[in-house]
Design a protein around this ligand. Structure first.
Ligand code: DC
Length: 248
């Protein structure tokens, strides 16, 4: 497989992006990049540091001193320590959208996200992936799902992990986060015109994964074809604009 194939998945909170992206990446041998986990990790650090979000000098210093990466098992690390459990806590759920609004946080995250994806086949999911992080992604998807169904699914997931949050609380949090994420000035969540819209309300995870894999496979065939036809530039510009990192 050639390297540098980027799949951008954006969408609302709890719409199935993470599970679908992770499973599809596992099956295809792609790198799975969970950008939400990165925003959650820095939020966790801000919560612990007790810094006020209005204190821009302290925030600037904290962001500059923060290192976020993924270990060999693709688990999120904050300053060298794995924080997969901490970033899923309700306190982080409540604050993450407010932190994600901050341009200085976004700037740092986007630089890192591009670095993680370099020379890899990647399925990257978040809110601004198809619009800001990888505007030339080979395939863009936008996932959405009925709010009630999203809350029901997340409540079940959390219950299995022993975390007590009601479906009502989750629903309110999803609603608030979607609102902040899609109305913020910088890199708001939106469906790009070239993204494929997928409503997951009536889909099982297995179906979602199958659809995503089928779409990726179909795109791969298009790319192979473009390298053989006599005027690839014109054809590619119309069908499949590629990022500069692609090795042919
Ligand atoms: O995908 P998630 O629900 O774990 O993301 C948590 C929050 O992080 C989300 O509410 C908004 C923010 N986020 C963002 O602003 N941009 C991204 N690319 C990914 C997440």
């Amino acid at each position: 497989m050639p390297k540098g194939f980027i799949v951008a998945i954006d969408g609302t909170a709890g719409s199935g992006k993470s599970t679908t992206a992770r499973k599809a990446a596992e099956i295809l041998g792609f790198f799975y990049l969970d950008t939400g986990a990165m925003y959650r990790a820095i939020t966790w650090k801000i919560i612990k540091s007790k810094i006020d979000l209005c204190d821009s000098d302290s925030l600037k210093e904290l962001v500059a001193k923060t290192k976020i990466d993924f270990n060999k098992e693709n688990k999120i690390r904050l300053d060298g320590k794995e924080v997969s459990e901490q970033i899923r806590r309700p306190a982080v759920d409540r604050m993450v959208s407010q932190v994600s609004v901050l341009p200085l946080v976004r700037k740092k995250m986007v630089v890192e996200q591009k670095r993680f994806a370099k020379n890899r086949n990647v399925i990257c999911e978040g809110r601004d992936i198809g619009s800001v992080v990888f505007p030339h992604a080979n395939l863009k998807l936008y996932l959405d799902c009925d709010l009630k169904e999203r809350a029901k699914r997340r409540a079940k997931e959390l219950k299995e992990k022993g975390i007590k949050v009601t479906a009502k609380e989750i629903k309110e949090n999803f609603y608030e986060r979607d609102y902040i994420d899609s109305t913020r000035a910088h890199s708001p969540l939106k469906k790009m015109p070239d993204a494929i819209y997928l409503d997951t309300t009536n889909l099982t995870i297995e179906n979602e994964v199958k659809i995503v894999i089928d779409l990726i496979k179909a795109k791969f065939k298009i790319r192979k074809l473009t390298t053989k036809i006599p005027t690839p530039g014109v054809y590619r510009a119309k069908r499949d604009k590629q990022p500069k990192t692609i090795k042919k």
